[in-house]
Design a protein. Sequence first.
Length: 502
Amino acid sequence: MRKFYVTTGVVALAMTGTLLGVARADVVLPAVQGPIAVGNSSHPFNSSRTQNVPLDLRSRGYVEEEYFLSGKANIYEYGEHYAPRIKTADAPYTTRILILRPSDSERFSGNVIVEPFNPSFNYDLPIMWAYSHDYFMRHGDIYVGITVKAVSMRALKKFDPQRYAPLSMANPLPLAATCSNPGWSAFLSFPESEDGLAWDMLTQVGALLRSKAQQNPLKSLDVQYLYATGQSQTGAYIISYIQDFHPTARLADGRHVYDGFVVNSAGRPIPMNQCAPRLTEDDPHSIIRADVPIIQSFTQSDIAQYSMQRRPDSNRPGDLYTRYEIGGASHATTYEFESAPSPQELTAAGLEANAGAYRCVEPFPNDFPVEYMYSGTYANLDRWVRTGKPPPSAPPVTTVAGNVGQTMFEMDAFGNVRGGVRSAYLDVPTSTFVQSSSGPECFSYFGHKIPFDERRLHGLYPSRAAYVSRFDAAVDRMLQEGWITAEDAARIKMQAVQARIP
């Protein structure tokens, strides 16, 4: 196997966690199997053609391929001053990646977007692909999703035991030597597995995709830039990677493995290993900074929890950071579940068939189209990396102190939040957007909206033409300031034409 180099701030003896100093360590690229055959009886879990709302990749000039990657990864723990040190070395793993790429290599932009599949519902969910696949495919980017948690592997093995038999994130320690109740919060882990293998997996996948090694599925393409992204739980994975592994993960030519990061709806790292405690929201190590561009975005649902992490935007060498706070948007939307597995696939995987469904008291889920801002974020990150031009900057959402230290929002006359990244949906409103919903079976992070009644709409907009004119002007401002792409500006304007205006 071809080797790439990663500089590591620490090298440790396996099983001891003893710091030995700074050294240069080889990173062995993972072995690759695939593309894994697709037939009538076997296909990738949540493939584009079998997802909730099937996506015709061929008509978009894209193809989908699944590969299995096998290697060895260390398990880490925090040492002094948050320095990661090896707890257990060289644990074998086999994971899967799903590659969606242009069928015509001439269309390839040079960008590869790597997203750890989100496992919050106990299966692989490609959240950022769901939101921004239109932008990725218009731009000619390659998307690579990677399974990073054992609970998702369990669902894969249930879904297709033969296809996914090789997958493993086995705990290298005997059960007697590990914690009996691993994991954190409501997210499942198992003593016989070890989720802490993910960090070296992310480095090795990135190094593989940038290499010219024979086993690299992208070896014939000119991969120029590699970006990592994640949302919610896997946004927290990316925070951990930025803080603890990105600084020392470099290729043989000195470049970082990843050239930039987009982190959405997440504000603190994942535990270093599945038996480690999670850092608190106010821990200083949760505030990210790096020498490559980072755009960290928060929806209105997330801001109250992570307002203590607010920090100034920066374009200084060694600290390239921008924070977006998107008023009106909710942590999750029903839109992202269009790219979720179909009920039939969830049932086959032993999961609840309507996992992720909107089951809240409020009748209208929040459909604030945050996907357009997310796609603009990737365009801004790419421009920042390639040209050095920083992305647009916005003030934070306006908050005030509430009871018992709570963070409350300052609202306008329509019940919508002030400040933050402004959009036509807030500045020319037809609804009140609420960041969270309620109900015994409700995923509160969906949020909801309260549509204006006809009397209020007519008072604001005496005619459809008046509404469209004001809305289009607000969209033009969003485009001019750099929050959205030109293609999405045209799409958003079409929504005004179709809006419910008396």
